[in-house]
Design a protein around this ligand. Structure first.
Ligand code: SF4
Ligand code: SF4
Length: 476
């Protein structure tokens, strides 16, 4: 009977627990979590937050290990510079990433959300802990919110908001350091705002966003905004590992009555609702897997505590899957997982191959806009080209450009004859190709250029050469 209830009574999905019937926000006061999973989460969070804050300071060959400079469209990942020219690599990385996300979620549900997501780390392990420290546990917070504004309440509420703003400011600096580098952030904060107006506005904007998210918006970010959270409905399957309530063991639930022992109590759930009280998204996991559940494990710890007290085995709420609870066998490697794994391995192999064989210099040759050809006094036809080099290395690179085909063509560099492309930079130039008119075989010909570094050819570039129309040559 309970299984039917579990499977078919889905009315709770028509609304979310943090919004009331009138559409107003219901503020969640989760009870302070504690227990073995919470202790492990603290260890993992300290480690991950340390890595996150250390990230912008980690350098390879004097360069940031990771830099995501969207403003200049330059990205350094694991010490490798990527430019917009590497767009296909970015696209491949994104596809690989999405397949990985799908595979990971199908197998392990929302482990990312509960253990690794920065939103959960900062919300539950930083902001919420400060709130408990200043305002006390859930009931004390409720009382404080209802209490009249006294000096004590103002100190507590004001102090909390000041600390929240200070941490939001810190996180904003961290995000900026990932985007523009630590040195630039130091410049922004050490010089007058007028000299770095964009950076200054960026810092204030990020501070405002983080303060708004962690002080007010909170679990709504996971429930209503996060695209990964919203995708759970299509990614999770009945074999996915999630935080799950064992309804076969727990039901029929009910409080222990006077003179009743646990042996005469039918289900193991004593309906104490502690699992609901600790939930930071305000849901009842006994209703089944829900979009709001970020797999934070707080309900596992709370219920384990209850089970120990009433002399029942732990794990009424545990990491498991729907099918594992129903059939008693946990299957992780399913055919779907096998299929995703094959695709993922193929994509990762391609990505590794393309990154490993990626050229350090990218050359683009285009005919100068608005030009066709010119004829010199000595009977040569000339075309003018724009050339752009992108140097993806951390050293200046001296290059030489030669025409390789057709044989009769010659190249004339316009401007500085030396080509030195600055490290992690671009160099634009102009050059001309000359071809004797007698060697022009059609109105549009291909010319091939070789790009040389230290006498070694590193790249081949092609361009179109336009010549005059000749009735005897171009007529079809
Ligand atoms: S904490 Fe455990 S026993 Fe208490 S209501 Fe939740 S599932 Fe039932
Ligand atoms: S249901 Fe449990 S695991 Fe899910 S968010 Fe609530 S407390 Fe965390």
């Amino acid at each position: 009977m309970q299984e039917n209830l579990y499977e078919f009574d889905e009315e709770f999905r028509d609304s979310i627990s943090t919004v009331d019937a009138e559409g107003k926000r219901v503020w969640v006061y989760p009870k302070k979590p504690s227990g073995r999973f919470h202790n492990w989460r603290i260890v993992v969070s300290v480690f991950l937050l340390s890595v996150l804050f250390a990230g912008p300071f980690i350098r390879m060959n004097g360069k940031p290990f990771v830099l995501l400079n969207f403003f200049e469209r330059k990205f350094i990942i694991f010490g490798q510079v990527f430019w917009p020219q590497d767009f296909f690599l970015l696209a491949l990385t994104l596809v690989t990433f999405f397949v990985f996300i799908a595979l990971f979620t199908v197998a392990f549900g929302r482990i990312w959300c509960g253990w690794m997501c920065p939103q959960t780390l900062f919300m539950e392990m930083v902001f919420r802990k400060i709130e408990y420290w200043i305002e006390g546990d859930a009931n004390e917070q409720r009382k404080l919110d209802k209490a009249p504004w006294t000096g004590k309440k103002m100190v507590k509420k004001g102090g909390k908001q000041i600390i929240f703003i200070a941490i939001s400011l810190l996180i904003a600096h961290l995000v900026m350091a990932y985007m523009v580098g630590v040195d630039e952030v130091v410049n922004i904060v050490s010089q007058p705002p007028s000299e770095h107006m964009a950076g200054f506005i960026g810092l204030l904007t990020f501070t405002g966003i983080f303060y708004g998210v962690f002080a007010r918006f909170r679990e709504q970010a996971c429930i209503a905004v996060c695209p990964y959270g919203r995708l759970q409905g299509v990614l999770l399957v009945k074999d996915s590992l999630v935080v799950a309530y064992d309804w076969l063991r727990g039901e029929p639930r009910g409080k222990i009555r006077k003179n009743e022992t646990m042996d005469s109590h039918k289900g193991d759930c004593i309906d104490c609702k502690l699992c609901v009280h600790v939930c930071p998204t305000g849901i009842d996991i006994r209703n089944g897997t829900q979009l709001e559940c970020v797999n934070c494990t707080a309900c596992i710890d709370a219920c384990d505590d209850v089970m120990v007290k009433i002399g029942k085995p732990k794990g009424l709420i545990r990491y498991s899957s729907y099918n594992a609870i129903k059939e008693g066998v946990l299957k992780v490697f399913t055919p779907r997982i096998a299929g995703y794994s094959v695709v993922l391995v193929a994509l990762v192999s391609m990505l590794v191959y393309f990154v490993a064989t990626r050229a350090d210099i990218d050359t683009t040759v285009l005919k100068a806009p608005g030009t066709l050809y010119s004829k010199t006094e000595d009977g040569q036809i000339t075309n003018v080209y724009n050339i752009e080099f992108v140097n993806k290395t951390f050293n200046d690179v001296a290059l030489e450009v030669k025409v390789e085909a057709p044989d009769a063509a010659s190249l004339l560099k316009i401007g500085d004859p030396n080509i030195v492309v600055p490290k992690e930079g671009k160099l634009k130039g102009l050059f001309m190709i000359k071809l004797p008119e007698k060697d022009i075989s059609s109105m549009k010909m291909n010319v091939t250029l070789g790009i040389y570094q230290d006498g070694r050819k590193i790249e081949t570039a092609n361009a179109r050469f336009i010549g005059p129309i000749m009735a005897n040559r171009d007529k079809k």
